[in-house]
Design a protein around this ligand. Structure first.
Ligand code: NAG
Ligand code: NAG
Ligand code: NAG
Ligand code: NAG
Ligand code: NAG
Ligand code: ZN
Ligand code: ZN
Length: 392
């Protein structure tokens, strides 16, 4: 199957196409622009395998060329590839994350399937590119959000101030579903945390709306919106109970709660219970996804894999075992900074390290000793340590 897949990408070409493809290969934006502007090649013209210029550029990872073609009006859903690969399929297969995002922003349909019935995300999963899978799965068109931020008419107010639309869009597109990461994201978006109850209502509507789309209902996205709403609602309630405190302060308290571990075994009980509760309160109980999650939750007792892993793999797509290179505070993956004392725990940055210090200080010494023993055995320490000492 693999060889067949790539074999079809080596088409024989007519001369003009050779010119334009050469320019795509050479990243020659100006040259290609000339060809298209002089109408020597049509913007959506196809080669003998039904592939457009945009599809070639996407497959080759030429983002600037893609942008030029899109600016000149190329159709992000164009082409009649003989195996029904869309432009998004080509971008996903070649692992070009930027171009996947670009195509989605320009309206490439993520549910388009190829001749073997696979979507672009499924093809990316097939070639093992998880980053691409989760990016496609989490993509949400701006218009979905703007539905609730634009005023319906002169007399009626919008559900959320229009100025908050970009902030909400950023929030719902987050791929990392660790509550600490999501709270840190909210903390950086004043337009969200100053309108929490409205944000909560909009998230609820978004969740419902995903289920009202008939055959296009998206259970996964509906669950994601519900999960985000559950978190926002908690903070919003705290705010009502403690009008004297700032939202930023309340969020910090919540973050501390999520980081706390059971003294006996280091299990983050509050975080786990929070996510279990978020799942249990999903209102669409008849969905396959809900029933599967419930079964899987009872199978995982309060030990790893956590409810967080369950909901993440449900929304972001299945993956193999997670590498041990994620931030101890917010779960962000592939971070490279380490605690400079024990060199055993990873963080995104000093902010994440500071938040974790009250927990980590209890075990840092012990880990440091283990690390020294390890280091005598093998002399590799590739990751750079967080430079300054954590504040105590
Ligand atoms: C392609 O050209 C653009 C400028 O037109 C440049 O910014 C970009 O880095 C180039 N990409 C590659 C892969 O060489
Ligand atoms: C997956 O996509 C990312 C992002 O574009 C890329 O950096 C990486 O090399 C790809 N990995 C594989 C295994 O194709
Ligand atoms: C606008 O407001 C009126 C009265 O307040 C209400 O009856 C109507 O349903 C609202 N329309 C929309 C589109 O929300
Ligand atoms: C539940 O677990 C099964 C078996 O491990 C897995 O195939 C399925 O995708 C999981 N479903 C959800 C929604 O987590
Ligand atoms: C209704 C409401 O609380 N609106 C607030 C949303 O956030 C903006 C920006 O911070 C505030 O100015 C609004 O008062
Ligand atoms: Zn972090
Ligand atoms: Zn340490």
């Amino acid at each position: 199957m693999f060889s067949k897949l790539f074999f079809v990408l080596l088409p024989k070409l007519v001369e003009l196409e050779i010119h334009s493809l050469e320019r795509i290969n050479n990243n020659d934006t100006t040259g290609l622009q000339e060809l298209v502007k002089c109408q020597e090649v049509g913007i959506d013209s196809e080669d003998e395998h039904g592939m457009t210029l945009l599809q070639h550029a996407a497959f080759k990872g030429r983002k600037d060329i893609c942008q030029l073609l899109l600016d000149l009006g190329a159709d992000p859903n164009g082409g009649h590839h003989e195996h029904q690969y869309s432009t998004l399929h080509f971008a996903a297969l070649s692992g070009n994350l930027d171009i996947c995002q670009q195509m989605l922003q320009y309206g490439s349909k993520s549910d388009a399937i190829n001749s073997v019935g696979r979507t672009a995300a499924q093809m990316a999963a097939f070639v093992g590119n998880h980053t691409v899978v989760s990016t496609i799965n989490n993509f949400i068109p701006r218009a979905d959000i703007e539905l609730y931020t634009a005023a319906p008419n002169e007399c009626n107010e919008s559900k959320l101030p229009p100025s908050a639309a970009p902030a909400l869009h950023k929030f719902v597109m987050q791929v990392n579903l660790h509550p600490v990461h999501l709270l840190l994201t909210i903390q950086k978006l004043p337009l969200l945390y100053e309108n929490l109850s409205k944000v909560k209502n909009v998230l609820e509507l978004l969740s419902e709306n995903q289920m009202k789309r008939g055959r296009e209902a998206n259970e996964i996205l509906s669950l994601k919106y519900h999960y985000l709403r559950f978190l926002v609602e908690r903070i919003s309630k705290e705010q009502l109970q403690h009008p004297d405190k700032s939202v930023v302060e309340l969020i910090n308290q919540y973050i501390k709660g999520f980081l706390k571990q059971r003294p006996s075994d280091g299990f983050p009980e509050f975080l786990d219970n929070f996510i279990r509760e978020a799942i249990r309160t999903f209102p669409f109980k008849e969905t396959t996804i809900f029933r599967q999650l419930l079964v899987n939750l009872t199978k995982t007792k309060q030990e790893t894999p956590l409810a967080l892993n369950l909901i993440s793999s449900c929304i972001n797509g299945q993956r193999g075992f997670q590498d041990d290179d994620s931030c101890a505070t917010c779960g962000q993956e592939k971070v490279t900074s380490k605690c400079s004392l024990c060199k055993s725990v990873q963080y995104c940055n000093r902010d994440c390290q500071k938040l974790h210090w009250s927990i980590h200080k209890k075990e840092c010494d012990k880990l440091a000793k283990q690390f020294t023993n390890l280091e005598i055995k093998s002399q590799d320490s590739e990751n750079k340590p967080v430079d300054a000492e954590p504040s105590k």
